[in-house]
Every structure is written in structure tokens, then in C-alpha cells.
Design a protein around this ligand. Structure first.
Ligand code: MG
Length: 448
């Protein structure tokens, strides 16, 4: 514990200060009004369906929600104070307590405003306020403002999904004949497909098409050199340690996947999970998603089940076979979907043990937790201005419920655990290497 306190003392400032005035800061700051404008437009375009479903009540709710969101956009653009939530949803008290905490940190009792707050907090807050606009306005409170974008991303990645599902089913047909090396090679492929699937993030492109069109397996060799930290062998060893050698009596691991995006990325996560179960690397996979629409493309319970149903309904034999298998995994309890309000709070993960003890203890029972994507990485590391050479374990600041691994393509200005000079070299060659979404990491940490 003494060491941990020392680490806390060395914890650098939140990134918001560093970004002020810089190009990266303006880029991300400009993205939020764009997303809000699209949300307003989406609600407006659905006016007729609200009328068909709910009559005049639906139209009034649409008007009120749009007025709420326009006001929100104005608050954001003119750096107004961050307001407490008023919708009395289950998580509202936790949010408002967090807002108070932020206020207490302010010097001179200045109100906490949009541009003077940690970026991680403000970005999360905006998505929660969008949800507030809907929850305060029944009967349209269950409307998913990002559903269209997620659906489009799934359908535009059909060819990539078909080739991935075909590759998996073909491989599994001859799985008994695979040597341990071949199995490791296949594992690397599925892990990397899940990593690069994280490129398809609609919150970064502000909802623009970002789908996967080429064959994902064929691209892997070319992408290898963009993996800045590759602990794949450690992930494999962690799984193998629980399994014994191939062909012997296996107990198998419980793997938890903390999901990021719906669309093609979710397909890659499901394929990885299918592989892990089918070859006996894991006996159980638990998926963790969001309680409500979040960061445009994040997976909700509805998205999760919709994706599996759509895969099942495909005209393509191999794709449909995957969907059928996934449904079976769910039915048998080998796979399960879980959500928890903590994933949609602004809190860093080092707060989890205190602020969401039930979730922390659930994760402690896991053998391997895969954290997908940027937002999870920002919350793992507290979105701080860490030196790039700081060890991943130190940046976690005490959060290590179980062996964990981040699978992430870099889109935010935080990266730890690099070799000395690696960050400097990248910066000199490509100044925006942390935000272009071209580089990836497979970064593992095992608690002592
Ligand atoms: Mg996301």
C-alpha cells in the first residue's frame, strides 16, 4: 500500500490542461457539438415514427427533447457550468456526487464548466445528458439515438463479417488436427482481428462511415508493424496455464470482455470468444456492455442480441452458422451479457473498488479481462499525461482485479508502457501518432 500511495503522489495532471489551445484539444472539443447536432437531427427525422407509435404525445416529446438538446449544445459551446442531472434515474445520484467532487477540486470556487473540466469527465457527461433528454421525455425515452449509425456500420461490414466467419468455421472443422503452434497462430489472428476491429469507432468519426470493407484476416500481416506493445504471448500463457496442454483434461478459463463498439468490432469480439470456447481455451465468456446508448457506437444489451440475431439470419451459410452457435452459447450459459452503471459513469477504474464494489468483486473471479478500446484505456490509466515509459501496472493505480489486457487502437492522447525513446521516435516521425487510429496495442498486466 505504501508503494501505491507514492504512485498516487506522482500521478500527473488530467489531460485537459495539456490539451488547452492545442490542435488535438480543438479537434475533440469540436466533435461534441457535431455529435449533438446529429442527435438533434436524428430525433427530428424520426418525428413521423414517434407520431405513428405514440400519437401527439410522441410529437410533443420530440419537441421537448430537441429543445433540451439545443440548450445543451449552447451550454457546451459557450462554456457554461456543468449542471446536475435532474432525471432521477438510478445513476443520477452517483453522477451528481461526482459533479460535487469536481466542484470541490476547483480553486476560487469557480463553477465547473465544460472547458475547464477534465476531458474524460466532460465527454462522458455529454452522453449522459443526451440520455437525460430522452428519459425526461416519455414516451420516447427508450429511443436509441445512435441505432441507425450502429445498424449501418454492421451492414456495411457484411463482406468482412462473412470472410471472418468463414475463416473461423473452416478452422474449427479441422481443429483436432492442429498442433499447439498452429493453435497459437490462430489465436494471434483472432486476437489481432479483435484489436483492429476497434478501428471502427463512430464516436471518433462523429458518426461518419467507418466500417470494415476488406478481408480482416488478409490485412493482419501488413498491420503487424503498427502494434506498439504486443503482449499476445503473455495473454496466451495466462490462458494456457489454466488449461493444461491441448488434448488433455481441461478446466479452462473464465474470460471477461469489456466491450467497446457495436458493428464490425462486436463481430470480431464474438468471433474471438467463439474461438476461445470452441478450442477449449475458455470455458466461459462474459461480455460487459453499456446500460444505455453511449459514445455513439458502444454496445448495449439490445445491440448485442440484435447483432447475434442478424448474424443468424444471414443468407450466407457460414455466417449464419456462427450466429446459430452464438445463440447456443448464450442459451447454455457459456456466454452471458452483463451491464453495470459503473461503465457509464465518468469514474476512472481505480475508483471501482470503492465506488462499485460489486462489479470489482465480480471481475476478481475472472481469469482474464480484455478491455476493448480507447475509453476503457483512458479510464484504466485515468486519462493522465503519463510519460510513455511509465509501466502499465503503475498507471493502473491499484486497479487489478484479475490479469487484464487492453486491446486498443490509439485515438486518444494517452499511452504508457512503451520502450525508452519509442514515444519520442514516433512523435518525430508522425506527430499525431496517438490520435490517428493507425497504431494498436495488446497490453497485458498480471497482478502480483
Ligand atoms: Mg466506443
Amino acid at each position: 500500500m505504501a508503494n501505491m500511495e507514492t504512485d498516487q503522489d506522482k500521478t500527473p495532471q488530467s489531460l485537459s490542461a495539456k490539451f488547452e489551445g492545442s490542435f488535438a484539444y480543438l479537434t475533440v472539443r469540436d466533435r461534441l457539438p457535431t455529435i449533438l447536432t446529429k442527435v438533434i437531427d436524428t430525433i427530428h427525422r424520426n418525428k413521423n415514427s414517434f407520431f405513428e407509435e405514440h400519437g401527439e404525445e410522441g410529437v410533443s416529446a420530440e419537441k421537448r427533447a430537441i429543445s433540451f438538446l439545443s440548450k445543451l449544445r449552447n451550454e457546451l459551446q459557450t462554456d457554461k457550468p456543468v449542471l446536475p442531472l435532474t432525471d432521477e434515474a438510478e445513476d443520477a445520484a452517483a453522477w451528481n456526487e461526482y459533479i460535487h467532487r469536481q466542484q470541490d477540486l476547483m480553486e476560487n470556487k469557480q463553477p465547473v464548466s465544460w472547458f475547464k473540466s477534465p476531458w474524460l469527465y466532460v465527454e462522458c457527461y455529454m452522453y449522459r445528458r443526451i440520455q437525460e433528454a430522452l428519459w425526461l421525455n416519455p414516451p420516447i425515452c427508450d429511443f436509441d439515438v445512435f441505432k441507425e449509425a450502429k445498424t449501418q456500420s454492421f451492414f456495411e461490414s457484411q463482406q468482412a463479417t462473412i470472410s471472418l466467419c468463414t475463416y473461423l468455421r473452416d478452422l474449427l472443422t479441422g481443429v483436432d488436427k492442429l498442433t499447439e503452434n498452429q493453435l497459437f497462430d490462430a489465436f494471434l489472428k483472432f486476437l489481432q482481428v479483435s484489436l483492429w476491429g476497434n478501428k471502427c469507432d463512430l464516436s471518433i468519426s462523429a458518426g461518419q462511415d467507418n466500417s470494415q470493407k476488406s478481408s480482416p484476416i488478409d490485412s493482419l500481416a501488413d498491420l503487424q508493424r503498427f502494434i506498439l506493445v504486443d503482449d499476445s504471448d503473455k495473454v496466451w500463457s495466462a490462458l494456457m496455464a489454466l488449461q493444461g496442454s491441448v488434448g488433455t483434461e481441461k478446466s479452462g478459463a473464465r474470460v471477461d470482455i469489456v466491450l467497446d463498439n457495436s458493428g464490425f468490432e462486436l463481430v470480431t469480439d464474438l468471433v474471438l470468444a467463439d474461438f476461445l470456447i470452441s478450442v477449449g481455451q475458455a470455458k466461459e465468456v462474459r461480455f460487459h456492455g453499456k446500460c444505455f446508448p453511449w459514445f455513439v457506437s458502444d454496445v448495449t444489451k439490445k445491440d448485442f442480441h440484435w447483432t447475434i440475431s442478424q448474424t443468424m439470419a444471414s443468407n450466407h451459410r457460414q455466417m449464419s452458422a456462427c450466429g446459430v452457435q452464438w445463440k447456443r452459447f448464450l442459451k447454455e450459459g457459456v456466454w452471458s451479457y452483463h451491464d453495470h452503471q459503473f461503465w457509464t459513469l465518468p469514474n476512472e477504474f481505480c475508483d471501482m473498488r470503492a465506488d462499485a464494489a460489486d462489479l470489482y468483486s465480480t471481475l476478481q473471479a475472472s481469469d482474464l479481462i480484455l478491455f476493448k478500446g480507447d475509453l476503457n484505456y483512458r479510464k484504466l490509466t485515468g486519462d493522465r499525461d503519463w510519460e510513455h515509459t511509465v509501466p502499465f501496472g503503475r498507471a493502473l493505480r491499484g486497479f487489478h482485479p484479475a490479469p487484464l489486457c487492453s486491446l486498443r487502437t490509439l485515438k486518444a492522447n494517452v499511452q504508457v508502457g512503451l520502450q525508452s525513446d519509442q514515444g519520442e521516435k514516433l512523435t518525430s516521425q508522425e506527430p499525431d501518432w496517438m490520435t490517428v487510429g493507425k497504431y494498436g496495442i495488446v497490453q497485458f498486466f498480471c497482478p502480483p
